[in-house]
Design a protein around this ligand. Structure first.
Ligand SMILES: [Zn+2]
Length: 243
């Protein structure tokens, strides 16, 4: 039976390692996708800013061409003034010129507004691009590290599973279901040392007769309180025997 305790101990250790590897197998892809999503969101923000700039630039050039057209028409009208014979016609054309000039001055004001917006946007784009560039290189490096670590874990996982299968084969088939049951209940802790009629897993007393049985280890004995499989360490066993 002591041999079986050793197998249980080995199995418990393998399962602990397997569950750690499983945590990492899940954790690293999560870590990687968090970084990738953050990079994507920064890239999207930058793209939005660039689209906004494109729209503003289009508005700006529309205003510029409207202003140029108006200037052209003012120039033509001013030339026409010299050819006009009647005072009434002269006044009408003069009025039209004044109105076009007023319109153009409004358009120029809007143009200045658009230019200012573009200038501010340019600053923001430069800032965000620089931030993205440094974030990108930092994150790519981290992602690379995580991917390497993930590969290492994958490489370690399969042999560990095989090791478990082999170890399970050396375990008494009747003990396996018990092992799995206690495993689930106790978060991976299967065994507890019994010492001085106390379970060191939960610190509850063990009945004297049961403790004697644990000393001789003729069968698997579970702690009545925490259900862990009890065993005595060699040392305390011999102590108890001589006592
Ligand atoms: Zn216990």
């Amino acid at each position: 039976m002591r041999e079986q305790i050793l197998v249980l101990e080995a199995l418990q250790q393998i399962d602990l390692e397997l569950s750690e590897l499983e945590v990492h197998l899940k954790e690293y892809p999560d870590k990687i996708s968090i970084l990738e999503e953050e990079l994507k969101s920064s890239k999207d923000t930058l793209e939005e800013l660039n689209n906004k700039k494109e729209k503003l630039t289009k508005t700006k050039s529309e205003l510029e061409s409207e202003i140029a057209q108006n200037e052209e028409s003012i120039k033509k009208s001013e030339e026409k003034l010299f050819e006009i014979k009647t005072h009434k016609e002269y006044q009408a054309l003069q009025k039209e010129i004044t109105e076009t000039k007023r319109m153009n001055s409004d358009l120029e004001e809007s143009l200045l507004g658009e230019m200012e917006k573009i200038e501010n946007l340019d600053k923001e784009i430069t800032k965000k691009s620089e931030q993205l560039a440094s974030k990108d290189s930092e994150y790519q490096e981290k992602i690379g590290e995580y991917k390497l670590e993930l590969e290492e874990i994958k490489v370690a996982y399969e042999p560990k599973k095989e090791q478990k299968e082999q170890t399970v084969q050396t375990l008494d088939p009747e003990i396996l279901p018990l092992y799995e049951k206690i495993m689930k209940k106790n978060n991976g802790e299967i065994l507890a040392v019994a010492k001085n009629e106390v379970c060191t897993g939960c610190y509850m007393n063990i009945p004297a007769q049961m403790f004697n049985e644990i000393l001789t280890l003729t069968r698997i004995i579970q702690c009545p309180s925490c259900q862990k499989i009890l065993y005595c360490e060699e040392e305390s066993e011999s102590e108890a025997k001589t006592a």
